[in-house]
Design a binder for this molecule. Structure first.
Ligand SMILES: O=C(O)c1ccccc1N[C@@H]1O[C@H](COP(=O)(O)O)[C@@H](O)[C@H]1O
Length: 213
């Protein structure tokens, strides 16, 4: 099976089109006001509509409450909810039942214990997304352009539907995929020239490099 590639944190039609033209399997929109990639619900809805049928739409939130999630799901109609906060097993079960959509749970990694902390999520989330633990003082729980030690997840069964993220770039995605046998990758900062500013050439280079890994 070929690798799945997600480009996250898209906020304009032009960069969304660049991701779609490059053949990204998934595109992501961030709803988290502290992020430079935050998009308002109406903007996320319009971008999602543009992507529909060409790539699967992911909506990223961080510990969003019930009311906000309900509004976002109704406006954006994402295929996938990427939960990048401290969402519990119980909450994930509830959201899956409530919305009937795929749920990805981010797990921050810097040690082997962090990888083991993913254990309760394998059975309740559709995917576990491994991201680097944020650096001290970081404002964002993800999207920091920081990588973790890929050897920590090198022993995982690739049949486990995990996603590798954290500081990937067009240069590092090949070695990262070969080291981890990841079935899917996700990138945000590594295809930007400044926080929140996506670059079409970097997006295309990332998708090409991931596919040829
Ligand atoms: O992209 C963001 O702004 C963001 C904000 C809050 C939580 C997660 C966020 N992004 C996700 O973080 C990982 C790693 O991103 P990067 O490539 O290191 O920048 C990725 O899954 C993004 O979807």
């Amino acid at each position: 099976m070929s690798i799945e590639v997600k480009i996250c944190g898209l906020s304009t039609e032009a960069t969304l089109d660049a991701a779609l033209d490059a053949g990204a399997d998934l595109v992501g929109f961030v709803s988290f006001p502290k992020s430079p990639r935050h998009v308002a619900p109406e903007q996320a809805a319009a971008l999602a509509e543009r992507a529909r049928g060409k790539a699967r739409v992911t909506l990223l939130t961080v510990d969003a409450d019930d009311a906000l999630l309900a509004d976002l799901v109704s406006a954006v109609a994402p295929d996938i909810l990427q939960l990048h906060g401290a969402e519990s097993v119980q909450r994930i079960k509830r959201l899956r039942t409530l919305y009937g959509r795929e749920i990805w749970r981010a797990v921050p990694v810097s040690t082997a214990d962090d990888v083991a902390a993913a254990d309760p999520y394998w059975d309740v989330a559709d995917r576990v997304l491994f991201d680097a633990k944020p650096p001290k003082g970081a404002v964002l729980p993800g999207g920091n352009g920081v990588a973790f030690d890929w050897d920590l997840i090198a022993g995982l069964d690739p049949k486990r539907r995990f996603v590798l993220s954290g500081g990937l770039t067009p240069e590092t995605v090949g070695p990262a995929v070969r080291a981890t046998r990841a079935p899917a990758v996700d990138v945000s900062s590594g295809v930007e020239s400044a926080p929140g500013v996506k670059e079409p050439e970097l997006i295309a280079a990332f998708v090409r490099a991931a596919r040829s890994a």
